[in-house]
Ligand binder design. Sequence first.
Ligand SMILES: Nc1ncnc2c1ncn2[C@@H]1O[C@H](COP(=O)(O)OP(=O)(O)O)[C@@H](O)[C@H]1O
Ligand SMILES: [Mg+2]
Length: 447
Amino acid sequence: MADTPLAWWRRQGLRFRLTAVAAAVLALALAVSASVLLTVLDRALIDTVDESTRQQAQTVRVQADGGTLTSPITTHDGTIVQVVDASGRITHVTYGADRLVPLLDAPARERVLREGDATFLDGRPHAIPGPLRVVVLRADRGQSVIAARPVAEIQTSLGTAGRVLLVGTPLLIVLLAVASWLVIGRTLRPISALRRGAAEITHTARSRRLPVPESKDEVHSLATTLNDMLARLEEAEQRQRALVSDASHELRSPLASIRLQLEVALGHPEGQDWRETAEGVLEDTMRLSKLAEDLLALARLDERGGVPARREPVDLDEVVRSIADRYGDARLIACEPLVVRGDALDLSRVLTNLVDNAVRHTTSKIEVALTGDGTLTVTDDGPGIPEQDRERVFNRFTRLDSGRGRDEGGAGLGLAIVRETVRAHGGTVHLEDAAPGLRVVVWLPRL
Ligand SMILES: Nc1ncnc2c1ncn2[C@@H]1O[C@H](COP(=O)(O)OP(=O)(O)O)[C@@H](O)[C@H]1O
Ligand SMILES: [Mg+2]
C-alpha cells in the first residue's frame, strides 16, 4: 500500500512527533542564527579593517601633500602603503613593500577611486599570502596613495567560528532531542497509567477509579474530571438499580395478593363468593396498572433528560378547571387565565397527582387556586407533613408511615413525578403548612 509521508507521520507516537518537531524547530533556528552571526561578524571585522586602512592612507596623503614623506613610510599596524606619482612611478613605500609594481595598476586605481570604497585584492601575485583590503586616495600633484591590509586572519577566525558552530549546533540539537524525549516520556507516563486504569475498569469492573498522578498538571485535572464522571455514572447506575429493586418490590405485594386470592378461591370453590374475589383481584390489578403507569411516566421523564415532551402553549386555567370538575370534592377558589409552555398531558398529571393526594388525606375540604402570576396551589386540611419530611417525600418510592397504612396509597411515586415534571417545565414546587393540613405550591413560568 502506498504510504504518504503525512500518513507515516500521523502513525508515529506523540512522543516521537513532539521530539521531532522540537528538534527541527531548534535546528532551523540555530542554522539561521549561525549564518546571521557569521555574516554580521564578517561585515563588522572587514569594516573595522577598512576604517583603519583608510585612516593610514589619510595620514600618508597629508604627508605627501606637505612633502614630508619619509622613506620608508612608517605605519604602526602593518598596513602596506605605496605612494605613486603622476607618471605611475612608485616614490615611497612602507618597509618591505614592493617598490616597482603598484598593488593596483592605473585603471584599477581609477575604478577604486570612482567607487570610493575599499576593495578586495588577491595578495599572492604580490608575494603576500591571502586576500587584502585596499584603499586608494588621491593626493596633490597627481599622486595616489595605495593602502592595503591582509585579512587572512579574519578569514581564519571566521572559519574557526564556522567550524565550532558546525560541530556545536548538531550536538546541541541532539542534546535537546534527548532531553525532550525524556521529558515527554515522563509527561506521558501518567496518561499511559490512565489508559491502563481505564482498561482495567472495562475488563474487571472491579477498580472503579482511575489513578490520579501526584503532579498538579493537566493530566491530574483530566484524571480528577474523569473520576468525577465515573462517580456520577456509578451513582446513576446505583439509582437505576435501586429503582429496579424498588419497583420489583412494589410489584411483588399486589401480585402475591392476587395469587393468594385466586389460590384460596380455587382451593375452596364451595361456598366461594366469586364476585368478592374478582373485586379483590381487580383492586390489586388497578394498583399494578397505576404503578406501571407511574414507572412509565418517570422513565419518559428520565429519557427526555429534563425537558417536556412537547413545548406548546397550554391554557393552564382550562386544565385546572376540567380537573376540578372531575373531582367533586375539590373547590376551585381562584382560576385566573394563564398560558404556560409545555405538555398539557404532563401538566394535567401533575394536578391529578396532587388532588389525588389531597383527596386521600383531607378531612373535609380541598381547595385549588390558580393565579395569573403562575402559582398553582392545592390545599387540604388533613394531617399535613412534618417539616423535616417535606423535601424527602419528593423522592421516588418515598411514602410516609401515615400514608403506608392507607390501603389506597400508591407506591410513593406521585410527588416525584410532580417535581420532575414541574422542573422540566422550568418551574418549582414545594410544600407548606396549611395549619391544619398541607398546601402544595407549584410555580410555572408564564409564556
Ligand atoms: N396532602 C397530603 N397530606 C399528607 N401527606 C401527604 C399528602 N400528599 C402526600 N403525602 C405524603 O407523601 C407521601 C408521598 O406522596 P406521593 O409521592 O404522592 O406517593 P403516594 O401517593 O404514592 O403515596 C405519601 O405517602 C404521603 O405520606
Ligand atoms: Mg400520590
